[in-house]
Design a protein. Structure first.
Lengths: 479, 246
């Protein structure tokens, strides 16, 4: 975590001047799509094109080489055929730019010839202290600085937005996944700070970005999609992760769970190992959470970004619908939560203040005619009792009695108690809207009990990682 | 640890990427890992004498740089209860080794004779092992032996080095962990002794990264307070330069 490293990576996200090598006037070309991103008013830095064919592209000045541009260039985006990239890198080196994103393919992913060219540009970069993202990638999107090298037109691939609650950054080996996630998270309304596609990882790799994002104040949760690491790079990632995870949650979706990579082995252990077992152990040991897929990753990341981690595993399920309560509680139990019945004292207090026909227990059912004040009673008493570490709240808005003030009640109790809350709200258009409002108030809301349970589990899992032995674990693990 | 380095040097000089059983045991001993009493003998008389001082019953195994899979070569005789049994076993092992050599067209070096060890009392069978992953480096594996590992693949891993806490977690992740805690009238096993073995192996790997694979299989864990013992150990090392033995 040297400051030099952080600084060199920072240019990729906060460049004040950008040159697009291979800027193009032809429609639907990569070189044009990238220029289009940078001429949006949101990007406030300087933009130049480099292409001997043009003097301007979409109104930005275009030059035969970087040398003709006055003033420094912080970041160069390269979208030219692989075979001419060594020449381009000589030009970049002469200009003194330190950050390069190579979008083009045709490098080591295609075979030995491409690998040779890749080695050549890496050598030029090393000699001149330049950092490279890519090649064979879509580059980066930064929702704060509006640096955006994704060559995918916005009408086809939506761009995420930052949230003022909390933000997630995602690093993906695959460019196609990075693009799909950009599009998807734009729709989901998840707050995103940065998306980075790493491609061939010829220089900047998972580990560099973990160091950087670990210190990045606009990133609250770090997510990865990876297919594997270069030789011994898994170990450096592991070492860095150990220093990051006590401060920030790190989630990794890793494909290649199969066992095909089992090398011929002379020992029993070797034949049982399979690379994924070792990766799985490494993640656990480093405090990395490993969701099974993207959907799980974003459900978990959303909760981790918005809520504090749980300090223990005692959950209270509050609901205004019995079925939702039972289903969610089942899912919570399967996730390893303790779902303790309220103590006799707490039960008495509930009974004193709630109508007699409410089902006091865990789940606690305030029933179908509940209004927000019944939720308020439950939270007041349950929080004061200190018997619970996390709250999962079922909010069925189809009932006419439940006023929208319930969102305020939930958000206020969450804030004043500092305890994590997760809301489950099943339904259609009205419910979805209410869920969005709830999320804007800082409490993550899910469409099913299973998703809410998964989110709650992530908060407990991260609590265990962050607080270690201080995490109040009341059920014995039986994995 | 100098002991281990010396052994690896000898192995490499002989063009081996594995260490012989008594060498493996010497390394285990140097790291404070409990093992059954053992000795080596190059003649039948010597085998009898050493067996007596170890105490019957004993196990005899072929000790040769040319044989890695000893059972396949008829090179293992167990539960030998007296002098006669030891003498007979010694001769048979030598015969089998020669036969094995002929069948495989190799000259089997018999000069080292046999490895003799105490026939350990049966305990709960555990496998502790090490693998070197290309992406993550060395990792330790633990699991219950027998069907648990063969059929259910009930094993867990941690990267080396790891803490005592990690070792505990690792065991509690096993589906068969309840067996170590004691089930159906059996008392709890000596988990602390097992964890000591795991931590000692971790230290061994940290100090000798040339080890590429290691099996302590079986490791017997006895009732709480009665310890654990590594019955059989196999250590493989990398070859610094590509060498050319068969």
């Amino acid at each position: 975590m040297t400051p030099v490293l952080t600084e060199s990576i920072d240019l990729f996200f906060n460049a004040r001047s950008v040159a697009i090598y291979g800027a193009s006037a032809s429609q639907n070309s990569v070189g044009q799509a990238i220029v289009q991103n940078f001429i949006k008013p949101q990007y406030t830095g300087k933009v130049y094109g480099v292409n001997p064919k043009y003097t301007q592209v979409l109104g930005i000045p275009c030059y035969p080489s970087l040398q003709e541009i006055e003033g420094p260039i912080d970041l160069v985006v390269v979208a030219v055929p692989a075979r001419i990239t060594p020449r381009v890198f000589d030009d970049i080196a002469a200009k003194g730019s330190k950050a390069v994103i190579v979008i083009s393919g045709g490098f080591s992913e295609t075979g030995p010839r491409g690998a040779e060219i890749e080695d050549e540009v890496v050598a030029i970069a090393k000699k001149n202290n330049m950092r490279i993202i890519g090649p064979n990638c879509v580059g980066v999107v930064d929702t704060n600085s509006h640096i955006d090298t994704f060559f995918l037109p916005e009408y086809r691939c939506g761009r995420p937005r930052p949230s003022n609650v909390a933000n997630i950054s995602l690093v993906s080996q695959s460019g196609a996944f990075a693009a799909a996630i950009s599009d998807w998270t734009a729709e989901l309304g998840l707050g995103i700070s940065k998306l980075i596609s790493l491609g061939n990882k010829c220089d900047v790799d998972d580990d560099d970005l973990l160091c950087y994002l670990g210190d990045d104040s606009t990133t609250q949760v770090i997510c990865y999609y990876t297919e594997g690491y270069d030789e011994s790079k898994g170990r450096t990632f592991f070492d860095t992760a150990k220093t990051v995870t006590p401060n920030k949650p790190v989630l990794v979706v890793k494909s290649g769970r199969g066992t095909r990579a089992k090398a011929a082995s002379m020992s029993h252990t070797g034949s049982l190992a399979g690379s994924d077992n070792v990766a799985d152990a490494a993640y656990r040991q480093a405090g990395i959470i490993r969701p099974d897929n993207f959907e799980q990753m974003f459900d978990m990341a959303k909760a981790l970004a918005m809520q504090p981690p749980a300090k223990g595993d005692r959950v209270l399920m509050v609901t205004n619908g019995g079925g939702l309560g039972v289903m969610t509680t089942d899912a919570l139990e399967a996730s390893g939560f303790n779902i303790p019945h309220p103590s006799p004292e707490l039960e008495n207090r509930f009974n004193e203040r709630l109508p007699a026909y409410c089902a006091v227990g865990n789940p606690i059912d305030v029933v179908g005619d509940a209004n927000s004040s019944r939720y308020n009673i439950v939270f007041e008493e349950a929080i004061a009792s200190g018997e619970y570490d996390i709250f999962v709240v079922g909010m069925l808005l189809q009932t006419p009695s439940l006023d929208m003030d319930v969102t305020n009640v939930i958000a206020n109790h969450q804030r004043s108690s500092g305890l994590p809350f997760v809301v489950v709200s099943m339904g259609g258009g009205f419910t979805t809207k209410a869920g969005e409002i709830m999320a804007l108030m800082g409490v993550p809301t899910y469409a099913t009990g299973e998703k809410a349970a998964l989110a709650a589990k992530a908060l407990a899992q991260y609590g265990e990682i962050k607080y270690g032995a201080k995490f109040n674990k009341t059920v014995a693990s039986d994995k | 640890m100098k002991e281990a380095k010396k052994i690896f040097k000898t192995a490499r000089e002989e063009g081996r990427t594995f260490v012989l059983e008594h060498e493996a045991k010497d390394i285990m001993k140097a790291y404070g890992i409990p093992i059954p009493a053992y000795a080596t003998a190059s003649t039948a008389d010597e085998a009898v004498e050493k067996s007596k001082s170890i105490g019957f019953p004993v196990v005899l195994k072929i000790l040769s740089k040319d044989i890695l899979h000893k059972s396949d070569a008829g090179g293992v005789k167990i539960n030998l209860k007296d002098e006669n049994a030891v003498r007979k076993a010694f001769d048979e092992i030598m015969e089998n080794a020669k036969k094995y050599g002929k069948e495989h067209g190799i000259e089997v070096d018999l000069s080292r004779g046999v490895f003799i060890s105490d026939f350990a009392d049966m305990g709960t069978e555990i496998i502790v092992g090490v693998t070197k992953d290309p992406q993550f480096g060395h990792a330790l594996m633990a699991g219950l032996g027998g069907i648990f590992v063969e059929v259910l693949k009930d094993v867990s891993f941690r990267l080396i080095p790891f803490t005592e806490m990690d070792a505990k977690e690792m065991l509690s992740e096993l589906k068969a962990y309840k067996i170590l805690e004691g089930v159906r009238g059996e008392g709890p096993r000596d988990v602390d002794a097992l964890i000591k073995v795991m931590l000692a192996v971790s230290k061994m790997i940290e100090e000798n990264p040339e080890i590429t694979e290691l099996d302590c299989n079986p490791t017997f864990v006895y009732e709480k307070g009665k310890g654990a013992i590594v019955v059989d150990a196999r250590i493989l090392i990398d070859c610094p330069e590509k060498d050319s033995t068969h």
